[in-house]
Design a protein around this ligand. Sequence first.
Ligand code: HGY
Ligand code: MN
Ligand code: MN
Length: 410
Amino acid sequence: MTYLGADPMSSVVQRLAELAELGKYEYGINRGLATPQERKARELFVKWATESGYQLTQDPIGNLFARRNGSDPAAAPILVGSHLDTVPTGGAYDGAYGVVAALCALEQLDSEGIATRHPIEAVAWVGEEGSRFSIGCLGSAVFARLTSLDEAYALRDESGVTLGDALASPDGGLLELPERGEQRVAAYLELHVEQGPVMEAAGVHLGVVSAITGQIRYRAVVEGTSGHAGTVPMERRSDALSAAAEIVLAMETAAKKAGGAVVTVGRLVVEPGGTNVIPARVSFSIDNRSPDVSKMEAIEAAFHATAERVTKERGVRVMLEKLDVHKPTPMNDKLRAALHRVCETMGQAAPDIPSGAGHDAMCIAKIAPAAMLFVPSIGGHSHVGQERTADADLELGVAALARAIEEVDK
Ligand code: HGY
Ligand code: MN
Ligand code: MN
């Protein structure tokens, strides 16, 4: 299905619907990095961008760049994009919207015959969710040299497959595209759904992100002693799951006490997993976030204090591994001002809004001025199948992004 000549606005809705079919199942969309359905999404991006006449390149981790030339070929490109991968129960908009909207914004500039000085590149970052391989924003982190390519290739998924092998495989791996050589970035813009309830409640349709929350991801393991569920007296148990539960609840209490901080244990595995066997080992994820580093530290301190106590009281062993650390990331003031000018010119109230969700902009902000624009999420739902944004807001976002590219290009 090609959208040639179609209005880039309406094609954002159609393209998102086509992407949403890739990895769709009863609980939403599951497009983990380097899986067949995520590779198909990358192929679709390449197809659309090629049809619109942009030059495609790929870097060694799989990030895709669709380049629209500028009048000054020596100028560093302005990158505009987001990610195509999803969480296991993802929606149709988180990430995908920013990638499709970037393409549509370039097509909008084409249809208006607008030339920019800088080359503009629509970007599809890989592995932003960190669902299959434990580090989030993986593609943009490697691009920004925050994580080495070797480190990334060595990451293993839960079945022990390394990312390097997954990217080398025909059904989930890299595409056949010219290697991207250019490393410079003049500026980075990312359009994303808000994934929260603030904009809908305020009745606004555009938001300018002030800062992206800090976040730390960990992997914790609690080891106890297995045994017969019926014969081991309670006072003689070293139950790994009960110990882990005390740690999880202590972190929750610390987050509530700190205020303006969130902590989530989204994944917990009990071994050996028999219904009549005392848990010997529990491994679980921790997602700790706050715009204020000291609050993340308070949550981490609650982990360690409780780990120390249950080690003594319950005779268990507790390990904590830090996987991913992102400090709170303020967006670039000059780019934010440009985004506010664009929204004003469009007659749209656009409040400053902090992002509780993490984004690739956290990584790219380390190497170039970066800024983000939000459109509302209906009901604030995200990372769930019912994630939804109104078509009119999707199209408004594309129009604002096209204007923002022009503004930043000046
Ligand atoms: O977890 C996040 O905030 C993002 O969706 N990766
Ligand atoms: Mn997400
Ligand atoms: Mn996202």
